[in-house]
Design a protein around this ligand. Structure first.
Ligand code: SF4
Length: 436
């Protein structure tokens, strides 16, 4: 096998989208979206729960002159050089000319690129950014699929969808599942850094400063009754789409993904209730949702689709909330593991007490302020808590339990009493906490 971490291939693909999409060993089109590939039918998988590092990153380069349109580089083995049935770490980086930036944002393209993989016959693609999970069907291995074919399909579709896009380069890194030195370094040093900068940029704006919001139906293939409401304080649950992305991109392809929401009157500032949101949400959720509070998980919360970076879930015995990240599978204070919570939670309907969120939400000043914000959070899975610790208010840092000490409601009550959590003595919006 070709060594991981070594440059294996450097190719120049044709610039013309028609030519890029010719003679591929698979069909490409929207009709292939939303498919699943079972374990037994899988030739190989990239990302997903068994690997340590995976990502799809879109970058815009200022160095337009040095970009080479059609450049493809592969570090690590090609599809025909890897072991069938195995999982691999995987990073895909697509670089575009920055001249495209005023019509489309990297965040939106990271959402769209997920669909462009999914439109390929025989390729399953779930989630976005560092949560991606790609499976290649055995039939494609028999037809001789190579990384070049995937690159051609992605570049061709991108150029067809956005003729304004100038030069496109694409890099793939395929690495071992458990010791992915190079992919892990790129994920931690580059991808997370770039996404963090975008989060910080998005946090500069406030819902009170704009007069329109957007709805996103980008996940309609999986969750036909779901639309994310995208506002400066309320990000798409995938963590990829923020208000600025929607605002710029709406002008480009309004009807396909985004719908505009004139904000209208503010009905409740604390909960984030707006007449404009309530007027539009029913239409874009097949009439299943009539009303949404943007800053609450308990009262008329937004629905979630299959893409969320973390899930808020209620802990009924304490009338408070826990948070777990998308890939957490361990125990929770509900006395069931999070995989089960995730299965029970019905994304397609409004479920008070449950709400998918982008991680940026944890940093936002209006974070679930209708429910009491951070004061209402009593449990976070350890990995996530470590990752977002800097965003937790200082006085609450040691008052929020993790699975290391607490995996039952009884233990959680003991923990809260011992740590003197604000739930014990403070009220919010007239609410009397159950433990008070
Ligand atoms: S999670 Fe929400 S914002 Fe992200 S693509 Fe899906 S519908 Fe759009």
């Amino acid at each position: 096998m070709v060594e991981f971490g070594k440059l294996n291939k450097a190719l120049k693909l044709p610039p013309d989208p028609k030519e890029l999409l010719e003679d591929l060993p698979f069909h490409v089109g929207e009709q292939w979206a939303g498919k699943r590939i079972r374990n037994n039918d899988m030739y190989v998988e990239f990302g997903g729960p068994k690997v340590k590092a995976a990502a799809e990153l879109i970058e815009f380069s200022e160095e337009d002159k040095t970009l080479e349109d059609g450049k493809l580089e592969l570090w690590g083995p090609d599809f025909d050089e890897i072991d069938e049935g195995f999982s691999y770490s995987f990073i895909e980086i697509i670089t575009l000319s920055s001249s495209t930036l005023d019509i489309i944002t990297p965040g939106l393209l990271e959402g769209i690129i997920s669909h462009l993989h999914d439109f390929i016959e025989g390729i399953m693609h779930l989630n976005m950014r560092n949560l991606i999970w790609i499976r290649i069907h055995k039939s494609l291995a028999k037809r001789g699929i190579k990384i070049e074919h995937l690159a051609r399909a992605l570049m061709g579709q991108l150029k067809n969808a956005f003729p304004q896009i100038g030069k496109v380069e694409i890099k793939f890194l395929i690495d071992s599942a458990q010791n992915p030195n190079k992919t892990l370094r790129i994920l931690n040093d580059d991808c997370f850094y770039i996404w963090e900068q975008r989060r910080l940029e998005a946090l500069k704006l406030n819902d009170d400063e704009v007069d329109k919001f957007y709805g996103c139906t980008g996940c309609k293939y999986y969750c036909p009754n779901h639309a994310c409401i995208v506002t400066p304080n309320n990000y798409g649950t995938c963590g990829v789409i923020n208000w600025k992305d929607a605002n710029i991109s709406f002008k480009l392809k309004p009807k396909e993904i985004f719908f505009e929401i004139p904000k209208g009157e503010t009905l409740d500032n604390l909960y984030g209730s707006y007449t404009g949101v309530n007027a539009k949400i029913s239409e874009f959720t097949n009439k299943t949702v009539k009303k949404v509070n943007l800053y609450s998980a308990f009262k008329d919360p937004q629905t979630s689709c299959r893409y969320f970076e973390a899930l808020l879930f209620q802990i009924p015995e304490i009338d408070a909330l826990g948070i777990a990240d998308y890939y957490y599978k361990g125990e929770t204070p509900l006395e069931i593991n999070f995989s089960t919570v995730n299965k029970i939670y019905n994304r397609n309907i409004q479920s008070p007490g449950y709400r998918g969120i982008a991680l940026t939400a944890l940093k936002d000043k209006k974070f679930m302020q209708g429910d009491g914000g951070w004061k209402r959070i009593v449990w976070i899975n350890k990995n996530l808590k470590d990752r977002v610790e800097k965003w937790i208010p200082d006085r609450l840092k040691d008052k929020i339990a993790t699975e290391e000490k607490v995996i039952s409601a009884k233990k959680l009550v003991e923990f809260i009493n011992k740590q003197d959590h604000p739930l014990k003595k403070e009220t919010w919006n007239g609410t009397t906490w159950i433990l008070k």
